[in-house]
Design a protein around this ligand. Structure first.
Ligand code: KE4
Length: 429
């Protein structure tokens, strides 16, 4: 029997490349046809056929309060009657800027944009304008959005599709992007030495979500901080995923390390399109109209998006206890998954930080992209579908992280663990 999703997907492919508006959604690496969603509430998604799924994607991070939280929906409803956009400054943009400055260490000034990609593109441009240098250093497997400069050894969908170096990126752009393996400090030191005085910025995910979840080695982030200070390189933490998720102040708070610039997205918009970049005032004052680095956006600071974002950030700021609960519940999920795999003799690697975790289908420890690539993606694909048919909606890629919301209760964790055991067995039958 053809599902409604399959029918919709066939039609979508006739008018949208691959039938999706973001490649990872197409299920290309796990096979099969993507599920079309109709609605969601709390921890649950409902597809167009009325099937329900426990959501571990949560829109790739934004839905930390679960789907359709009253506090966010009420704020959007209150904003709706007053028009959807002005293209002029509003009080709420100042309010959300102040909220970000209050919550995120090291942010003295912040500019709103419409996506994480825009935030990362702008942050790198500002770093280049501030230093007068051309090159940037990124890490293999890290993803900073689809800006040309970042599609070199990129993670996320680029890695999932086997295209870490995208077509359409010119040699002229690529030559200014240097790459090192994540957690490889000697490689970073060698690259800096070989490009003395030429590197404007070092950008990284302080906890990586885009090659699956990879944790920074002890001392790695501090060493990068010291190297950037020593060489006048702008340290950019890409916290589009980790911001407001790993702690109210994100990875900077969790690890006690302050970057020069930080990029934000996802949670900051409560599910609506908001990105942001911010940090040291002396760097941010290079941004037009104050400085000479141009960056603009028709819908930047949109009144509805900022209403949603402000409501979500305000709730997180007022409820620090939710991070403790997210930690506890996600530890149950991750540790339970690791134990199930071990009981089956698979000993798969499960990496977790806070409310983000990944199950790598390899027993090898995963500290960088090369390690992650040892995963058995075919077995992962079978597991993905075995979980999907049991009503568990995972990221359709081995090279993505799972995101947990505060709607995940202990009885739902039990549901997940029961399905996980059955799906692990089925995937290896
Ligand atoms: P967006 O342009 O998708 O809002 O943000 C780009 C981005 C930047 N930095 C980090 C660390 C990110 O994780 C992302 C986007 N994350 C992916 C998930 N791996 C979004 C999902 C998708 O591409 O459909």
């Amino acid at each position: 029997m053809i599902s409604t999703s399959e029918t919709l997907f066939a039609h979508a492919q006739s008018v949208i490349p691959g039938g999706v508006n973001s490649p990872v959604r197409a299920f290309r690496s796990v096979g099969g046809s993507p599920v079309f969603m109709a609605s969601a509430e709390g921890a649950w998604l409902t597809d167009v056929d009325g099937n329900r799924y426990l959501d571990f994607i949560n829109s790739w991070g934004p839905m930390i309060l679960g789907h359709a939280p009253a506090i966010v929906l009420d704020a959007v409803r209150a904003a709706l009657p007053h028009s959807l956009s002005f293209g002029a400054p509003t009080r709420r943009e100042t309010a959300i800027a102040e909220q970000i400055i209050k919550m995120v260490p090291g942010v003295e000034k912040v500019r709103l944009v419409n996506s994480g990609t825009e935030a990362c593109m702008a942050a790198v441009r500002v770093a280049r304008g501030f230093t007068g240098r051309d090159k940037i250093l990124k890490f293999e497997g890290c993803y900073h959005g689809h800006g040309d400069a970042f599609l070199i050894a990129a993670g996320s969908g680029a890695l999932t599709l086997g295209e870490p170096d995208s077509a359409g990126v010119t040699r002229g752009v690529a030559q200014d992007t240097l790459t090192a393996p994540y957690n490889d400090l000697p490689a970073v030191e060698a690259i800096i030495a070989a490009n003395a005085g030429q590197i404007a910025a070092l950008i990284l995910e302080p906890v990586v979500g885009n090659m699956g979840l990879v944790v920074p080695a002890e001392g790695f982030l501090q060493a990068l901080r010291d190297l950037c200070t020593q060489h006048g390189i702008v340290l950019i933490f890409d916290e589009v995923m980790t911001g407001f998720r790993l702690a109210r102040g994100g990875a900077q708070e969790l690890f006690g390390i302050t970057a020069d610039l930080v990029t934000l997205g996802k949670i900051i918009g409560g599910g609506l399109p908001v990105g942001a970049y911010g940090g040291r005032a002396d760097i941010m004052n290079c941004v037009a109209p104050v400085g000479k680095v141009y960056q603009a956006g028709t819908l930047s600071g949109n009144p509805i998006a900022t209403a949603a974002g402000l409501a979500q950030l305000g709730y997180l700021a007022d409820h620090p206890e939710l991070y403790t609960e997210l930690e506890r519940v996600t530890a149950r999920l991750a540790d339970g998954t690791r134990q199930i795999a071990a009981d089956l003799g698979l000993h798969y690697t499960v990496n977790r930080v806070g409310s983000m975790f990944s199950v790598f289908f390899t027993s090898r420890p995963v500290h960088n992209l090369n390690d992650a690539k040892h995963a058995d993606t075919a077995a992962f694909g079978r597991y993905f579908h075995a979980m999907l048919k049991r009503g568990i909606y995972l990221a359709p890629s081995q090279f993505e992280a799972l995101f947990v919301s505060i709607s995940m209760t202990d009885d739902l964790v039990d549901l997940y663990l029961t399905a996980c055991r059955e799906a692990m067995i089925e995937a290896h039958a």
